[in-house]
Design a protein around this ligand. Sequence first.
Ligand SMILES: C[S@@+](CC[C@H](N)C(=O)[O-])C[C@H]1O[C@@H](n2cnc3c(N)ncnc32)[C@H](O)[C@@H]1O
Length: 300
Amino acid sequence: MESVTIYNKIISSDVLVGIISRIKEKKELVHLDEKVCLRYIITYFMQHGKALAKFSEAKDFSSIQRSKEVDELIKAVREEVRLVYGLYQTEDISKIDHLLDKLEKDFKNKSIERTKDDHDRILRLNRSTSERLEFYEKFFSDIFAITDKPISIIDLACGLNPMAWPYYQLRNVRYTACELNEQDVQHLQRYFDIIKPYTGIQGKAVKLDLTKDSLDGFTADVCFLLKVLDLLDASVAERIITSLRCRWIVASFPTKTITEQAMRFKRRAGFQKMLRRLGLKYQTLTYENELVYIITKETL
Ligand SMILES: C[S@@+](CC[C@H](N)C(=O)[O-])C[C@H]1O[C@@H](n2cnc3c(N)ncnc32)[C@H](O)[C@@H]1O
């Protein structure tokens, strides 16, 4: 990692590496992309002049690691990244096996429509899906009004989003759900197996790291990239957008954050600029806490 210069002050590589490894000590943040983490650290320094001065004077991380300023910085940056990254799962995620058991049992007596309560209980276990519960139905009907009803979907960094299936109002779809988190992958495959006889869904859950794994061979009508691009470096986002073979990419960003508004606007502006540079047309949809880009990709 290189040192960085902020307002003419240099933060050494050793200090940055020390800060990042402390931030990533938390179990839920071990997969955090270092470049993404660095962006949050830089934003913090831009807003905290005293910390910037102190850290730029430090020769190495060990000389400041026990200071109040390090603790404050680590706490603030962890809170920020958790908003979009770490705490996407609520404390209750351990209940998922039990809720899937219940869903499996209820499906035997009920239609998919009548299992909505079971589904909602599961969707509440994850921050992103829980926030969408207020508008899930409209969300998919708005999206599919633009893209037409897809017969194949890829959902990248999907979290529990595929488990919102009753809200999609689709049948007989090929659904590929990709997630970094191994536990989610197992739960997603179990979910697909439960609902298959009643929905005709051909669901496959795949463990995939968007920062490393290739997307060759993935084709679909619609590809979802919901609330994930903020977590990835811009070059990784561009590689994904260009390599995906699909008619439509549906990418979204969270719009509610506490301290990071300016940076987010810059990121979205950067994202739109990238789409224009790649010659990709897009429309947007806005929800209470989510901004959605519907990008026309290619005719398969
Ligand atoms: C904010 S959640 C969004 C989940 C889902 N897309 C939604 O909107 O409901 C971000 C998701 O990205 C996943 N993720 C983070 N980094 C990833 C990576 N490098 N590759 C694949 N998935 C990743 C996380 O595990 C998490 O499930």
